[in-house]
Design a protein around this ligand. Structure first.
Ligand code: AMP
Ligand code: GLY
Length: 421
């Protein structure tokens, strides 16, 4: 089969890595890809928001199935666009993509279907928002309604701070929407919970723990994710049952009732508070960097899984996972998540070890004259399996020392909660 992966991050590199292991794979293209995917797939450097060009490419390369990595093209309706042209594409349609594309849509769906989530209000005017602030306790969580690359959320300790953030959002700081969502602050531990969904059923697709804050000890501003490990040590059989019963099942049923059955990867960002799961957010795709650790642990052929999912035949199929722990540590460009260094050569990359247990997934990189340069804020994902989380971490740290890139930084404490236990 011929497959296309859309995207250019570490998530897409790890998906290509896994697809490449399939005996059924003939051709693999990545649109646009990065310096890492280049060694596994043919990179096609076109603008992924230009759906016509994407379609032309898919036709030219005789692609059988398209996998969409990032949220933006999904929210913009790439699945509807390609499906109308009879291209098989794995992901939710534009309507269902509102689960991530609009926090107001997601929160209203929770409310209507009794899905546990933080108490909230949504507003498009300052007075309504201020009224909500005055009636609720601090801290309060201020969120932009639309997509904001993981940067539209602030936990505010005072009314004054919340007011500043609300005004920014109402004034259009995030181009995707001017609405604001205010939420009660939930205490607890987070878990990223993944499912793969076809038209008839869904299967658990792994758990992980991300680290969103830029600084060690979970301090500083939010990022796209600084590192992750899998499995999450919070998830046991009892909690898994609760998550399915209280969150995933009612969500999928609601989407069916709305006439848009969900298809694709579904990532539930959950807060576990006193043993109970609360939905913080839905993402309509795999997580980044969570995907990287899950692809290392996945034993089953990914191409086979995706092929069956696009045929609504996941039901009788068993997905197997490696019992080992996996960790990924994100090597970022200095300055991230603010203005960061770009076009800096990463010289010692070749000295890092890579085998079945250790992989360096590329995120913001490109190749020029056979040298690797940084382009994005998150640059490389140093990823290792281990019998224990400590072993996985130590292998990552060893590789990071070998790479020794002066213009980069990383969190040395990824996994600290689990390691403390
Ligand atoms: P979101 O983009 O909605 O996932 O929010 C980003 C991050 O903000 C989450 O991963 C949490 O760490 C934090 N967060 C969001 N909502 C809440 C909440 N209601 N209570 C506590 N923390 C939250
Ligand atoms: N790791 C967070 C995300 O993918 O949204």
């Amino acid at each position: 089969m011929n497959l296309a992966v859309i995207g250019s991050g570490g998530r897409e590199h790890s998906i290509c890595y896994k697809l490449k292991q399939s005996k059924r794979l003939k051709k693999l293209i990545c649109i646009p890809g990065n310096a890492g995917t280049e060694s596994l797939a043919k990179n096609i450097n076109i603008d992924i928001s230009d759906f016509n060009s994407v379609f032309e490419t898919i036709r030219n390369y005789e692609i059988d199935i398209v996998i969409v990595g990032p949220e933006q093209p999904l929210v913009d309706g790439i699945v509807d666009f390609l499906s109308e042209k009879n291209v098989k594409v794995f992901g939710p349609d534009k309507f269902a993509s509102q689960l991530e594309g609009s926090k107001v849509f997601m929160k209203d769906l929770c409310k209507k279907n009794n899905i546990p989530t933080a108490k909230f209000g949504s507003f498009d005017d300052l007075n309504g928002a201020l009224d909500f602030l005055n009636k609720n306790k601090m801290p309060i969580v201020v969120k932009a309604d639309g997509l904001a690359s993981g940067k539209g959320v602030t936990i505010c300790k005072s009314i004054e701070e919340a007011k500043i953030k609300i005004i920014e959002i109402l004034n259009g700081k995030y181009k995707s929407s001017r609405k604001v969502v205010l939420e009660e602050f939930l205490n607890g531990e987070e878990i990223s919970y993944f499912s793969i969904v076809d038209g008839n059923c869904y299967k658990f697709f792994g758990s992980a723990q991300d680290h969103k804050k830029v600084g060690e000890g979970d301090t500083g501003p939010n990022t796209g994710g600084m590192g992750a490990y899998s499995p999450s040590n919070l998830l046991d059989v009892k909690l898994d049952e609760k998550i399915k019963k209280k969150i995933i099942n009612p969500t999928l049923k609601a989407m069916k009732n709305l006439g848009h059955p969900y298809r694709g990867f579904l990532y539930a960002g959950l807060m576990i508070s006193k043993g109970e799961p609360y939905l913080i957010e839905y993402n309509i795709r795999m997580g980044d960097p969570e995907c990287q650790v899950l692809m290392m642990r996945l034993k089953t052929d990914l191409l086979e899984i995706i092929d069956l999912a696009t045929k609504d035949k996941l039901n009788d199929f068993e997905i197997e996972w490696n019992e080992d722990n996996c960790m990924t540590i994100v090597l970022c460009a200095n300055g991230y998540p603010g203005n960061h260094i770009k076009n800096s050569e990463i010289e010692k990359l070749a000295s890092a070890d890579q085998d079945n247990n250790k992989q360096i997934f590329h995120a913001g990189t490109y190749k020029k004259n056979n040298k690797i340069f940084s382009s994005g804020g998150r640059v490389l994902n140093i990823t290792s399996l281990g019998k224990t989380l400590v072993e996985a971490r130590d292998r990552c740290l060893l590789n990071l020392k070998k790479i020794d890139w002066n213009d980069g930084f990383y969190r040395k404490d990824i996994g600290w909660r689990a390691l403390k236990k």
